[in-house]
Design a protein around this ligand. Sequence first.
Ligand code: IMP
Ligand code: MG
Length: 178
Amino acid sequence: MITIHDKTFQLYISQSEIQTAIHKLATQLEVDLKDQNPLFVAILNGAFVFAADLMRALPFDAPINFIKTQSYVGTTSSGTVQTVLGLNENIEGRTVVILEDIIDTGHTLKKLLQILTDKGAASVKVVALLQKPDALQHNDLEVDYIGIEIPNKFVVGYGLDYDGLGRGFADIYQLKEN
Ligand code: IMP
Ligand code: MG
């Protein structure tokens, strides 16, 4: 059990389960995308740990860049997604692969797909370590690669934070209800 600010969290997904999911994703990406010379784009801040492990698990070399968005206040999605750090690279005609830590409402992803498509990407694929299917608010959103599906409960660790803290834990923890 861990405590961050005013809340208690219990161990939920172990580091070895996370690594197993990542290696599976890396293998699928090799089969599907290696020949397309894909550009990976990780979504800061949360996806930095996942992106680092996925890139090292990938059986092929590929470039990676970063976009920073912000949507969460405390433990709930604010609904408005802000891009606070953009992508300078020319992505016209490229296969772009978004790396996301977790998909919750889908607002962030929706906005990013729009941005990357507007910039001329030939195709945009989405890889998420975690998804909360019950929280999704966009039925038309297609997440191409999902590591682990989880229930609609707040989680921290492995890059995911609660008000700025908790990102350094190697395992993933779930909010403990009272
Ligand atoms: P969405 O826009 O609602 O899909 O939210 C996506 C973003 O909110 C993710 O990239 C995370 O940074 C953050 N987020 C969503 N769920 C959680 C959670 O359970 N813990 C920590 N951050 C989360
Ligand atoms: Mg995020």
